[in-house]
Design a protein around this ligand. Structure first.
Ligand SMILES: NC(=O)c1ccc[n+]([C@@H]2O[C@H](COP(=O)([O-])OP(=O)(O)OC[C@H]3O[C@@H](n4cnc5c(N)ncnc54)[C@H](O)[C@@H]3O)[C@@H](O)[C@H]2O)c1
Length: 338
């Protein structure tokens, strides 16, 4: 079996490459990544010399390049992680999100059709469902919850999901989609909440929290996301959407306070900043379908997973300092200027 993993130099794709290369030594894996600011070869350093792994630099929007790669490699399965993934960046510059997250998906699916790939799996997000009210803890996102997006990022991901289902209906392309809640774990780029807070708290810097920190996210360890995708591509039903989540809801403030407690830092570092425009209030996934139909269960709970993640960040300072390029520093200053 030959599997293409796009976006494999990023956070979740990188963890998925490690997970799959280790678990399936007899399969072959090709990682395709454009190495944007979020992609980092150091994330793949441990597996670059494995016989069943190969890295290729390229853009999923480049039709000619994608066509040539598919012609040469003859993939059985394509798992698409490649995307612009940060909501704040999508508010600053939506265009690149439409290019990578929509046109890129169309380009990959056209190649899948042409070269008769047995499965195209689109890694989507719970953000396509919009948000839930804070005062209704009984409500959850189900696979048939209507798409109702808030940011250019989530709108681009929802557009891709619609296109994927259209390719299934129109061309009978064998597709699956997974919609996961917020991930945390090793190799996460330090613009996202958890690694950003760990880094700043360690340096005794102010911790920027949007609004009053009341927004609720449903956290899942990245390796639990990987095991869910592994199950879907091997046992999932073509044409189906699977929600992935572990019922680990926390307010942003709770997450920050937990990190401060583990690091032994004072809560006085917390600094509330102007809220993100259109900020989603609460995400909460109902994972019943993947649990019942495919037997998926998460291994981590948030309380142990966050301690392991803090430790990983403290132990991997070299990786962190290398991914923080000049471009990232400029973005950080602009984003949190107040
Ligand atoms: N991070 C989360 O909490 C989360 C939750 C649910 C779903 N997702 C989805 O999972 C996927 C991966 O997310 P992530 O957090 O690992 O993102 P990330 O930003 O860390 O990584 C994205 C990777 O894609 C690559 N990439 C971007 N545009 C590309 C292009 N045009 N061609 C080739 N490569 C390109 C980047 O170089 C990077 O390596 C995304 O599709 C995202 O929407 C993320």
């Amino acid at each position: 079996m030959k599997i293409l993993i796009t976006g494999g130099a990023g956070f979740i794709g990188g963890n998925f490459c490690h997970y799959m290369v280790e678990k399936y030594p007899n399969d072959k894996f090709v990682c395709l990544d454009a190495l944007t600011y979020a992609g980092n070869m150091e994330t793949l350093a441990d597996i670059l010399d494995r016989q069943n792994f190969k890295f290729v630099k390229g853009n999923i929007c480049d039709t000619e390049f994608v066509d040539q790669l598919f012609a040469e490699e003859k993939f059985d399965i394509v798992v698409n992680f490649a995307a612009e993934s940060h909501v704040d960046r999508s508010i600053q510059n939506p265009k690149i999100f439409l290019e990578s997250n929509v046109i890129g998906v169309q380009t990959l699916m056209d190649a899948c059709r042409k070269y008769k790939v047995a499965r195209f799996h689109q890694v989507s997000t719970d953000e396509v469902y919009g948000d839930l009210p804070l005062d209704r803890p009984d409500l959850f996102f189900h696979e048939d919850t209507p798409l109702h997006t808030s940011s250019p990022y989530s709108a681009s991901k929802a557009s891709a999901d619609l296109l994927v289902m259209a390719y299934y209906r129109t061309y009978q392309l064998p597709v699956t989609i997974s919609r996961c809640s917020n991930n945390y774990g090793p190799y996460q780029f330090p613009e996202k909440l958890i690694p950003l807070i760990i880094k700043k708290a360690q340096n005794n810097e102010k911790l920027p929290i949007y609004g009053k920190g009341e927004n609720v996210r449903d956290w899942l360890h990245v390796l639990d996301h990987c095991s869910a995708i592994d199950l879907i591509i091997h046992k999932g039903k073509v044409g189906e959407v699977y929600n992935i989540g572990g019922h680990n809801e926390r307010t942003n403030l709770e997450v920050v306070k937990t990190i401060l407690k583990v690091l032994g830092k004072p809560e006085s570092l917390i600094s509330f900043v102007t809220d993100r425009p259109g900020h989603d209030r609460r995400y909460a996934i109902d994972p019943e379908k993947i649990t019942k139909e495919l037997g998926w269960k998460p291994k981590y709970n948030f309380d142990t997973g966050i301690v392991a993640t803090i430790k990983w960040n403290l132990d991997n300072q070299a990786w962190l300092s290398h991914v923080e390029s000049g471009e990232y520093q400029n973005w950080l200053k602009k984003q949190y200027k107040d």
